[in-house]
Design a protein around this ligand. Structure first.
Ligand SMILES: Nc1ncnc2c1ncn2[C@@H]1O[C@H](COP(=O)(O)OP(=O)(O)OP(=O)(O)O)[C@@H](O)[C@H]1O
Ligand SMILES: [Mg+2]
Length: 273
């Protein structure tokens, strides 16, 4: 289905995020890591958000979710299902209609067993059963549910994080680097699950450094550089030598991949890793 037929789910326009910082005790200054970000996601669409480390991808996710730190100044427009997002609305939707797979496993509660954490937000009557089914699906043992985060490896914690996002009634999934350093089989499973969310009509924002994996499932790709959206292109435009890509930076990003010319010099200077 083309985007013109699909309903817009999330619209981020002219997003700007700054932080007030104190220098020399009392002097204030504002740094602005995000200055002009745009991205939109339709129902049933997967949009990959790619960009180098520090380009502002996690801040974008946190702005949509309403979990920016208190000293952040957030401007611009975020609309969800046609309506402006207020802080109250974000808090209401977070963990329910809008699910989040955070980049860091530190988002897990260190004082709660991982089984209990996956049960949060599930229907009481079926919470244990659904949680155990999710554990099985993502290669965790039943007994792992009784463990606390510090007792699990990094890879296992990423599986737990992913399991917390699978909920009935989810309309938007924001996955912030869900796949770093994980086993290829689990990578395939996670991509399949994200595709499944989209098939069921949810929109998916897939933030990643792994452009090749993202292209396997993404409909469009938004490229972020220094807090700005420099390109939004259909995933199909990432082919050949990248002639159909609009921005030179994106073309270089594409050509720097090992499958293409493998421009090592660019990998070091501005590439995704
Ligand atoms: N609380 C904060 N106070 C000040 N600056 C911040 C804060 N959080 C993030 N930044 C800055 O904003 C920029 C974007 O950060 P962000 O975490 O969104 O990057 P990212 O694209 O997610 O990077 P990565 O790929 O490494 O996860 C960085 O330069 C970072 O230092
Ligand atoms: Mg990040």
């Amino acid at each position: 289905m083309s985007n013109t037929q699909k309903k817009l789910l999330l619209q981020v326009e002219n997003l700007s995020i700054g932080f007030t910082q104190y220098v020399k005790g009392t002097e204030q200054r504002v740094i602005r890591p995000i200055s002009d970000l745009q991205v939109d996601i339709h129902e049933g669409e997967i949009v990959a958000v790619v960009g180098a480390s520090g380009s502002g991808k996690s801040l974008l996710a946190h702005a949509v979710l309403g979990i920016l730190p208190g000293n952040a100044i957030c401007e611009g427009e975020i609309r969800y299902r046609g309506e402006t997002m207020t802080d109250e609305r974000k808090a209401k939707l977070r963990g329910r209609e809008i699910s989040f797979i955070p980049q860091s496993v530190n988002y897990l509660d260190p004082l709660m067993t991982v089984g209990k954490q996956v049960q949060i937000g599930l229907d009481k009557n079926e919470a244990t059963r659904v949680q155990q089914a999710l554990f099985q699906q993502y290669g965790l043992k039943k007994s792992d549910g009784k463990l606390y985060p510090h007792e699990l490896s990094g890879g296992m914690l990423r599986r737990v994080l992913f399991a917390t996002s699978v909920r009935k009634g989810v309309r938007l999934v924001i996955a912030d680097e869900p796949t770093p350093g994980i086993h290829p089989a689990l990578l395939a499973e996670i991509l399949k699950q994200l595709e499944q969310f989209a098939k069921e009509g949810a929109g998916v924002m897939l933030i990643t450094h792994d452009l090749m994996s993202a292209l396997e499932i993404a409909d469009r790709v938004a490229v972020i550089r220094d807090g700005r959206t420099i390109e939004i292109s259909d995933a199909e435009a990432f082919e050949g030598k990248g002639e159909r890509l609009k921005n030179e930076y994106t073309q270089r990003l594409w050509r720097a991949l090992p499958q293409n010319d493998f421009d090592l010099e660019f990998q070091g200077k501005g590439g995704l890793t």
